[in-house]
Ligand binder design. Structure first.
Ligand code: ADP
Ligand code: MG
Length: 611
């Protein structure tokens, strides 16, 4: 059996097309307007390098970076020191320690050194910055940029402060810049599809869900920060060798905002968008520049319009933010919509994979949780065995989801603990709990909406250390088992409600969990969908030996599926037994079943039945 998916060669195709367009554009500019064209083209290609460095971090993490120009600035100076002849360097910087420069290195050698410096700088800064996401992350990058600028401007012996540093070898000609830009396109495009890129994009779409699948968002951001830091360093060195003379201000806010504008205008989520953004912003600037110093249009003489370029770019940004948030180039890479399918084999279901340790249990001991006075869980104790379906029911607000969060590490129990095979897991972060074999789904579906259906599931395999190839095979299997294989290439956000629920379960299954907690998986489904889901879940529990903890409000569904049912009411465990026992329990009838059972038309007890 095999499954039709999007071809894995699409990224290479994209990189090739973009590179050809870029090289063609450069050649056309040079041919059309000669030397000024060559200069614009070189500047354009270097900008593409810089913006792609931003894109690798910002596009995949969703955190707008204002800090990458810091790498560029440091790299420009370092590269200048090590490539300049000693006498020229001494003329600029008489107090620079002699071991730091004057080596007259070639450009490739200098770029190698600069990449190492950039990686070190990114590792150190990233240890802190990667802890944050969203707006706090963006502000941290801005802080980083400002600090590095201040150091560069103050370190007069190393940079000449705000005076121009001159005589830097002009190594960056149009060929070097274009070559580098093509290479950067390839790297950025491949990074986006790489395991790190994919896990980071998952965390961007939903950090809680990614963590629950075993993705460590901190590490995912750190990796991207380092890769993009190295890219920004190389771009900065190229920028310096293009300018020939510069000061720290060339790597400060005005430049940063220029790059950010390019990224946002084109669309930071894609490599195509980043490259498109450079074309757009440079185009707007080139056109408006002609009107800045006054012009004559249809016989009318315009006055000098200072700041027209900035105004034009700002208005374009505002328009994009209002009307097309994903940027002018949209959310798709070039090849995304091409009908170019590939087939991958479906991994056969691992029958009885966990049969060896069916004795293992997930033990919940005296778990309490209060939210500023409100007791959501009160010394709850029960075991979830492997290989069977344990139901967890109770009225709204009983504390069921709170318990799932406490077990999964999403929030910490106030007291008590959770043990898995004798090891305590409740103080572990979600990605560790997941790695230890406990999976979950969410009451309010949490998918990676910008990723494809297949990618959603692949992420789970990658997070537990599978190779990309294996992860895709496993994903194909889980999608087929949940009956949503035909949707593999669609964006998860486009799925129908029932399919989303099933995708969430397929994704959790790709984690190969020993225990899986399903928080209301049938909520919102119709009867046919619910029955279908029930059959699939029972198969899963039976064939793979997984311990399922099933929360649902549909009592027919729960009673039909579960071997055992636990009842919570106002945070207190009021019953624990077989479905028949629980339904007869007076406390349960009084607090919950009395009303619900009659609503659900459930009168006679129904034991778990085989299908
Ligand atoms: P259930 O899933 O059984 O419907 P929950 O676990 O969601 O119930 O909620 C149990 C109780 O805890 C409710 O009273 C709810 O209002 C409260 N609660 C849940 N999460 C929070 C939170 N993050 N902050 C404050 N109160 C919460
Ligand atoms: Mg709930």
């Amino acid at each position: 059996m095999s499954l039709t998916i999007q071809s894995p060669f699409k990224p290479l195709f994209d990189a090739l097309v973009l590179s050809v367009l870029l090289a063609g554009g450069v050649a056309a500019l040079a041919a059309a307007i000669g030397l000024p064209g060559v200069r614009i083209a070189t500047f354009f290609a270097v900008n593409v390098c810089a913006v792609l460095a931003f894109q690798v971090f910002s596009g995949n993490s969703g955190i707008v970076s204002f800090g990458h120009t810091a790498f560029m600035g440091v790299a420009a100076y370092v590269s200048a020191w090590i490539t300049m002849p000693p006498n020229m360097l001494t003329l600029n910087l008489p107090n620079l320690p002699s071991w730091l420069g004057g080596y007259e290195l070639s450009l490739p050698a200098a770029l190698f050194v600069v990449a190492l410096v950039g990686a070190t700088m990114a590792l150190i800064s990233g240890l802190g910055i990667s802890r944050l996401n969203g707006a706090s992350g963006a502000i941290a990058t801005l802080g980083f940029g400002i600090i590095v600028y201040s150091v560069l401007a103050a370190a007069v012996d190393f940079t000449r402060g705000n005076q121009a540093f001159f005589g830097v070898p002009r190594y960056t000609d149009v060929y070097v810049a274009t070559g580098a830009a093509c290479l950067f396109i390839l790297v950025a495009r491949l990074f986006r599809e790489s395991r790190h890129g994919l896990m980071l994009r998952a965390a961007r779409d939903d950090e809680a869900a990614a963590s629950a699948l075993g993705v460590w968002p901190y590490k995912a951001r750190l990796v991207a920060w380092i890769v993009s830091g190295v890219m920004a360093s190389i771009a900065g060195a190229l920028y310096g060798h293009m300018l020939g003379a510069f000061s720290p201000r060339d790597f400060y806010l005005a430049t940063t905002f220029g790059f950010v504008a390019m990224l946002i205008l084109g669309g930071m989520g894609t490599v195509t968008g980043a490259v498109g953004g450079v074309v757009l912003v440079m185009g707007i600037r080139e056109v408006l520049q002609r009107f800045e110093g006054g012009a004559v249009i249809a016989g009318i003489e315009l006055p000098d319009l200072f700041g027209l370029q900035v105004l034009g770019v700002s208005l374009a940004m505002l328009a994009v933010l209002k009307f097309r948030r994903s940027g002018l180039c949209g959310r798709n890479e070039l090849a995304s919509n091409l009908p170019w399918p590939a087939r991958i084999p479906v991994d056969p279901a691992p029958a009885g994979a966990h049969a060896a340790d069916t004795a293992a249990t997930l033990q919940i001991k005296d778990v309490s949780k209060s939210f500023s006075g409100l007791v959501a869980l009160d010394t709850v104790t029960f075991d979830v065995p492997k290989g069977i379906v344990t139901g967890l029911i109770g009225p709204n607000g009983a504390g069921k989801s709170t318990l799932v969060n406490a077990i999964g590490g999403a929030s910490k129990a106030t007291s008590g603990g959770v043990w898995l095979q004798g090891a305590r897991i409740d103080s572990e972060p979600p990605y560790r709990v997941s790695a230890l074999g406990v999976g979950r789904t969410f009451q309010n579906i949490r998918l990676f909406t910008e990723l494809t259906v297949e990618e959603n599931v692949v992420v789970a395999g990658l997070a537990r250390g599978l190779s990309m190839r294996r992860a895709r095979e496993v994903a194909a299997r889980e999608l087929s088992l949940m009956g949503i294989a035909e949707d593999a290439a669609r964006r998860a956000g486009e799925l129908s409600y029932g399919s989303r629920r099933r995708l969430e379960i397929a994704r959790a299954m790709a984690q190969a969990p020993s225990f899986l907690m399903l928080d209301e998986p049938a909520a919102g489904m119709n009867t046919a969908e619910t029955t279908d889901l029930g059959n699939r879940l029972r198969d899963i529990a039976a064939t793979r030996g997984i311990g399922l903890l099933l929360i649902d409000h549909d009592l027919n569904f729960v009673m039909r599926l579960c071997h055992r049912v636990v009842v919570l009411n106002r945070g207190i465990l009021i019953a624990d037994g077989s479905p028949e026992e629980v339904q007869k329990d007076p406390a349960v009838v009084e607090s919950y079943l009395g009303t619900r059972a009659s609503q659900a038309g459930l009168h006679a007890a129904q034991a778990p039945q085989e299908v």
